[in-house]
Design a protein around this ligand. Sequence first.
Ligand code: ZN
Length: 315
Amino acid sequence: MSNEILISEVGPRDGLQSIKPVMPLAAKRAWISALANAGVREIEVGSFVPAHILPQLADTAEVVAHARTIAGLTVAVLVPNLKGAEAAVKSGAHKITIPLSCSESHSLKNVRRTHAQMLDETRNIVALIRAQPAAQRPKFEGGLSTAFGCTIEGIVPADTVVRLAEEMMAAGCDEVGLSDTTGYANPVQVKDLVRRVKRAVGDQNLSGLHLHNTRGLGFANVIAGLDVGITTFDSSMAGLGGCPFAPGASGNIVTEDLVFMLEAMGLATGIDLPQLLAVRKILSDALPGEQLYGFTPDAGLPLGFSPATKRSAAA
Ligand code: ZN
């Protein structure tokens, strides 16, 4: 069975960092194991940031240690700087992403660093990774955030995004990804920017899209991404965390709805949808009162639904 689309589940990082309650470590472990059991092959399990900034993710090293015991799972983490990358390398994460905000005002506000400073930090992380034994080097992604627009600057010129993508690759990243952090993207823009970034850095070096559903265009933007050859999408189970700017809207696109759409379209994700839907129980138990989003979980699967992913019952 070939899995045509890779879904990278970011709920344990993007979702949990957006809510107040701290999910207990045992529940995080159970959630990640259950996701992997349902067929999820890549999970961003946390972020190496100081505990006083994000207490929700303070146990990321322990979460990575658990996730690494799951065969076949790519364990991804986010790092804001070299210090975070040192912790990430030490933890044994398979993939590290450093976010670089394409809007410099956003970068200054969030991490108090200019683009030049972030590129320096990126080069330092590359040096750290290259100093590791070859077999232990994590994959290193430059995550271009606010790539489709910024809540401070408004329009982020595509030229800026393309230039930063080139600079991140030149700094030594293995690949770059595009994030619609603010939910500003529309399908025409997605196609245009993906094409331009691919042309600049090479087809294989634009790894994926991180889309939000702030204005309801998340899935239209997935289709646009598919049309221009994107095969990796970030999403979050239950759209956990919602969107602080748009009450009622999920934050990240919802994994359950994404799997439903792709599988119904004949695109295999390797994920067993009924099994995935059952995993939500872990969230509702561990985070009582937290809103869980998703249309497919509420509506149920259509009669006669025939997913592209057929998992053998004998497995
Ligand atoms: Zn996000």
